[in-house]
Ligand binder design. Structure first.
Ligand code: ZN
Length: 472
C-alpha cells in the first residue's frame, strides 16, 4: 500500500485557502470579511454543520486571515512565511486538535495554560478545536473563564457537527455560524473546475451525478472524483464510469465486508477491506457504504424481521461504532486506518455481543469467551469463501498478532493504540496497555502537553516516516 510519494490528493490540492475560494457559504464569507475589515474580530467562533461542508477548512482560512504577515486581512497573501507555514500545517501559533480524542479536563488545561504565552511567529495564537461538543463537562467548565476574557492575542475557533450538545454557556460566548449543505449545482461547478485544472475531461451529467452522490459535501465530491479519475485512467469521465466506481465498492462487496465484520471474522474482514482499497476504492466511500448498508439492515430487521443471523444488539453496537469512528475522517488521521480499525472493532465487539446484552466493561480480551452459533458459522463460512475467491490469494491462517504486525508495518510508526487495545489479548504485553479502564478519557487519548503541536502535523509526520522507511 502507501500513496505514491509526491502526489497531492485532490482534496488537499484544492482545499480553499481564501474566503473567496469558499463555495456555497456566502453569508459566512461576507460576515467574516466585514469583521476583519472593520477590525472587529470576535475572540471565539463556532462553526456548525454536517461533516464535509468545510468547517475545519473555514477555521484554517480564518487562522490564515489573522496571521498573514499583511493581516488581519480578508485576502491573505499566500506567500509570506506565515501563509506558507499554514499551507504545510506547520504554523507554530495555530494549534488544532480534535476534541473527540481529547475530551478531558487536563487537555483543556494545557490549552488554557499555553494561552498566557505570546505567539511565536504570528500575531495571534489560534486554537482550533474540532468536534468541540465531545469535550467533557469539566473540560467545558475549565474553558469558560478563558473563553470569557481570553488574552488579546488568543482566538478560539470551534467546529461541531452537533451544536445541540454544546453547552449554552459556551454558545453564548461564541459567534456562531450555521454552515449550509452546499447545493448540488455549486458542487457540480466545482467538480468541473477541478477537472479543467487537471486537464481531465468530464461530461455534465457525470459532474451532476458526483454532486448528488456527495449530498452537500464538497469533500465527498472531490473524493469520489479522485477515485473516478483513477478508474478512468486519462479517459473522459462518464456517468457510466461513476456508476461503476460507486457500484464496484458499494453493493455486494460492501455487504460482504459488513457481514464478515458482524460475524466477528476480523481476519477475513480486514483482509477483504485491504483488497478493496488496493482495488482503488476510497476508504471513506467504503465507510459510508458500510453505514448505509448497516442502516438498511437495522430497518429491515426491525420492520421485516429479516437478518435473523444477527441480534439487534450486534447491529446497534456496530452502528454506534461507525458513528463514533466517523468523526476521525477529519484529515488528521489516515482514512484507511480509520476504516480498518472500525471493521476490527465491529468484529471484536460482535464476537462478544451475540444475543446476550453486552457490557463493554464486562468483556475480556480472551478468545475463549465467545462462540458463534451454528447459523452464524455457516454464513461466515460462505462469505469467507466468496471473499477468499475474490482476493485469490492462498488463505493462510494467521494469528491476530501477525495481522497487527502487518498493519503496523504497512503504515509505519503511527499511533495504533486503538488497534492494540482491540486486538491484543491480555497476555501480550503492550507498552501503553497497562490501564485497562474504558472511560472516555483513556480511549485513544493523546497527551496534549507533549503532542499539542505534532497532532496537526500527524499526516505530514506519518508520510515522512513512510518516506524514511522507503528510503531504507
Ligand atoms: Zn501571508
Amino acid at each position: 500500500m502507501g500513496a505514491s510519494l509526491g502526489y497531492v490528493v485532490l482534496s488537499r490540492k484544492y482545499r480553499p485557502k481564501k474566503l473567496d475560494d469558499l463555495i456555497g457559504q456566502d453569508v459566512l464569507t461576507k460576515s467574516i470579511k466585514s469583521a476583519i475589515e472593520q477590525g472587529k474580530m470576535p475572540h471565539a467562533f463556532l462553526f456548525c454543520g454536517i461533516r464535509g461542508v468545510g468547517k475545519t477548512t473555514i477555521a484554517r482560512i480564518l487562522a490564515r486571515c489573522l496571521n498573514c504577515d499583511n493581516g488581519p486581512t480578508s485576502n491573505p497573501c499566500g506567500v509570506c512565511k506565515s501563509c506558507v507555514a499554514m499551507d504545510q500545517d506547520q504554523h507554530l501559533d495555530v494549534l488544532e486538535f480534535d476534541a473527540a480524542s481529547r475530551t478531558g479536563v487536563d487537555d483543556i488545561r494545557s490549552v488554557i495554560d499555553s494561552c498566557q504565552y505570546a505567539p511565536v511567529n504570528g500575531k495571534y495564537k489560534i486554537f482550533i478545536i474540532d468536534e468541540v461538543h465531545m469535550l467533557s463537562k469539566s473540560a467545558f467548565n475549565a474553558l469558560l473563564k478563558t473563553l470569557e476574557e481570553p488574552p488579546e492575542h488568543v482566538k478560539f475557533v470551534f467546529a461541531t457537527t452537533e451544536k445541540n450538545k454544546v453547552p449554552e454557556t459556551i454558545l453564548s460566548r461564541c459567534v456562531t455560524f450555521q454552515l449550509n449543505q452546499i447545493p448540488d449545482s455549486i458542487i457540480a461547478d466545482r467538480v468541473k473546475y477541478i477537472c479543467k485544472s487537471e486537464s481531465q475531461e468530464i461530461g455534465s451529467e457525470a459532474a451532476n451525478l458526483i454532486a448528488s452522490e456527495a449530498q452537500g459535501s464538497a469533500r465527498d465530491a472531490i473524493s469520489l472524483l479522485e477515485q473516478t479519475i483513477m478508474y478512468c485512467g486519462g479517459e473522459k469521465i462518464t456517468k457510466a464510469a461513476i456508476v461503476h466506481v460507486l457500484g464496484s465498492s458499494t453493493e455486494s462487496d460492501i455487504r460482504n465486508l459488513l457481514q464478515l465484520a458482524l460475524l466477528g471474522k476480523d481476519y477475513d474482514a480486514l483482509r477483504f477491506c485491504h483488497h478493496l482499497i488496493e482495488s482503488s476504492a476510497d476508504p471513506y466511500m467504503v465507510f459510508k457504504g458500510l453505514q448505509n448498508s448497516l442502516y438498511k439492515m437495522i430497518v429491515e430487521k426491525t420492520l421485516d424481521k429479516k437478518h435473523e443471523e444477527f441480534s439487534k444488539n450486534t447491529l446497534l453496537y456496530a452502528w454506534q461504532i461507525l458513528l463514533n469512528q466517523s468523526q476521525y475522517f477529519n484529515g488528521l488521521v489516515n482514512a484507511y486506518q480509520v476504516l480498518s480499525c472500525s471493521i476490527v472493532i465491529i468484529a471484536k465487539t460482535s464476537q462478544f455481543s451475540g444475543d446476550s446484552q453486552i457490557n463493554t466493561e464486562d468483556y475480556t480480551d480472551s478468545d475463549e469467551d465467545y462462540k458463534l452459533n451454528t447459523k452464524q458459522q455457516d454464513l461466515a463460512q460462505k462469505i469467507s469463501e466468496i471473499v477468499g475467491e475474490k482476493i485469490k490469494t492462498p488463505h493462510v491462517k494467521k494469528s491476530e498478532i501477525d495481522i497487527l504486525g502487518e498493519i503496523k508495518k504497512s503504515f509505519g510508526a503511527v499511533n495504533m493504540s486503538e488497534i492494540d487495545r482491540t486486538l491484543l489479548p491480555k497476555n501480550i504485553d503492550s507498552s501503553d496497555d497497562k490501564d485497562e479502564s474504558h472511560d472516555d478519557d483513556s480511549y485513544g487519548s493523546i497527551n496534549i502537553a507533549n503532542k499539542g503541536y505534532q497532532q496537526q502535523g500527524d499526516e505530514y509526520i506519518a508520510s515522512q516516516e513512510e518516506q524514511d522507511q522507503d528510503e531504507d
